[in-house]
Design a protein around this ligand. Structure first.
Ligand code: BES
Ligand code: MN
Ligand code: ZN
Length: 495
């Protein structure tokens, strides 16, 4: 969809549909007031009749607006004026676009950015319009022979006051890049494991780098990993016929000597568990075990698109985890790139085996910080459900920055304790450490394992096992935590 910023007053607007907000208790937003005045109190009359009350996310589409250049009016309930929050603002936007996509309306003008949202500026509000609209318009139909009917909506004019156009344009640019990154993450994630293989992910990264400025890519093959002695990573892909890939994207938008932000994304294109095979119920969802990797590729695309003045490296170790005569067996001991030996007590704890060698590899970039994104533990879904991503790290300032970014982007994370005491659980009788720490505090011990390979720099880990996709009837990728990471990067620029 196309978006533009306009500063026309409502009476001058010509549109197929104008979106205006109303609060409860018959309180109208400025745009709704103006429409009301110009239409012989159309909105007041509808309120009087009780056709809409203004509850958050309530919508009323008025298909005829007499004596007006506005063909239709979409009235959106915002809730109590004094209770508006960023999340309620987003909910109202989602309700509006959900209604629009069921109609034949091709172009709309949206005035909702004028509502006061505590602590949110116009840049944020405009950005959210684009992010929410695009999220709601996303449809995955790559693998359907009968495609769903196309959505009619083509253009959205975002109405802002003349003096705020610059801020709004910035929000629009950010919103478009972030929304496209979210959509790419979702698309890669929703593709099945027989299409989205490690090689497929690598090809995608290559084609993104080809079209973007200042973005280069290198794909490390298994032979390269052999040379680098990535014994942990390679052990996972031994059980698969698809060769593992280590995708390395390098974006140089910052000063020549500025240390890069390194993002690492777990890229398991299918995780059957290996010899420690998972139960079959819901196993299809393990195609989503590459969501962290997809998010990293997408964030690098967005960073290049926005020409962010930062240096960013994206590393995506990608493999399948399948049972096979060659696969890891419980009890096997492998030597990681760091030299540390690992006793693989459960072959299903494979993510950390890929990540540990990638964390060691990251040292060569002299990173400012390293952030990994991984669908790492089922335990995280038990601890935090599907609302917050889990956050652990060895640097409080970095963790706080990520928590704050998540809050701003409405893509929240919650910190868990990465305390020394938990390291106890990873002791092995036969190797330097075990790859699992028992059933207690599974997300913490997984992060404790990673921490042993991240001692050379400031590092944080986001466990997105519960947030990267939805399960059940609305099964599908969410694109999280792209918005959180993008907000972190934007905050880094302004800091
Ligand atoms: N990819 C899974 C984690 C996962 C499971 C994410 C379910 C989302 C939903 C990971 O590779 C895994 O299998 N982890 C094991 C670790 C255990 C063996 C210590 C798990 O969580 O069961
Ligand atoms: Mn697993
Ligand atoms: Zn996994």
């Amino acid at each position: 969809m196309d978006y533009s910023i306009e500063s026309l007053s409502v009476d001058k607007l010509q549109t197929q549909c104008l979106i205006v907000g109303i609060y409860t208790h018959q309180s109208l937003t400025p745009a709704a007031l103006e429409v009301d005045r110009n239409t012989h109190q159309l909105i007041s009359n509808l309120l009087e009749r009780g056709d809409i009350k203004g509850k958050n996310s309530e919508v009323l589409l008025v298909n005829v607006v007499p004596d007006s250049q506005i063909e239709r009016l979409l009235i959106v309930g915002l809730g109590d004026a004094d209770k508006i929050s960023p999340k309620l603002y987003r909910k109202a936007l989602a309700a509006a676009v959900k209604t629009l996509k069921t109609t034949s309306i091709q172009s709309v003008a949206c005035t909702l950015a004028e509502m006061e949202v505590p602590d949110c500026d116009w840049q944020w509000k405009v950005r959210q319009i684009v992010e929410i609209f695009e999220a709601e318009l996303y449809q995955f139909s790559e693998t359907k022979s009968i495609k769903p009917p196309a959505i009619a909506l083509q253009t959205t004019q975002i109405i802002v006051p003349e003096t705020l156009k610059k801020q709004a344009a910035q929000g629009l640019a950010h919103g478009v890049a972030i929304a496209q990154a979210v959509a790419l993450t979702k698309k890669l994630a929703d593709l099945p494991g027989n299409i989205c293989t490690p090689s497929y992910l690598a090809t995608q990264a290559v084609s993104i780098a080809e079209t973007a400025e200042n973005l280069s890519v290198e794909i490390l093959e298994e032979s390269d990993m052999q040379r680098l002695k990535m014994g942990a990573l390679l052990s996972v892909s031994r059980g698969s016929r698809e060769p593992a890939k280590l995708i390395c994207l390098n974006y140089k938008g910052g000063a020549e000597n500025a240390k890069p932000i390194v993002l690492i994304g777990k890229g398991l294109t299918f995780d059957a568990g290996g010899i420690s095979l998972k139960p079959s119920a819901g196993m299809d969802e393990m195609k989503y075990d590459m969501c962290g990797g997809a998010a990293v590729i997408s964030v690098l695309q967005a960073a290049a698109q926005l020409k962010l003045p930062l240096n960013i490296v994206g590393l995506v170790p990608s493999s399948e985890n399948l049972p096979d005569g060659n696969a890891n067996k419980p009890g096997d001991i492998v030597t990681s790139m760091s030299g540390k030996t690992i006793e693989i007590l459960n072959t299903d704890a494979e993510g950390r085996l890929l990540l540990c060698d990638t964390l060691t590899y990251a040292e060569r970039f002299s990173p400012d910080v390293v952030i990994d994104l991984a669908t790492l533990t089922g335990a995280c879904v038990i601890a935090l459900g599907r609302v917050a991503s889990g956050l652990l790290g060895n640097d409080e300032e970095l963790c706080r920055a990520l928590l704050a970014a998540g809050e701003t982007a409405c893509d929240g994370a919650w910190q868990l304790p990465l305390w020394e005491e938990y390291q106890e659980q990873l002791k092995s009788n036969f190797a330097d450490l075990a790859n699992v720490g028992g059933k207690e505090a599974g997300s913490v011990t997984a992060a404790c394992f990673l921490a042993r390979f991240a001692e050379e720099y400031r590092w944080a880990h986001l466990d997105i096992a519960g947030t990267a996709w939805r399960t059940g009837l609305r099964k599908g990728a969410t694109g999280r935590p792209v918005a959180l990471i993008m907000q972190y990067l934007l905050n880094r620029i302004n800091a």
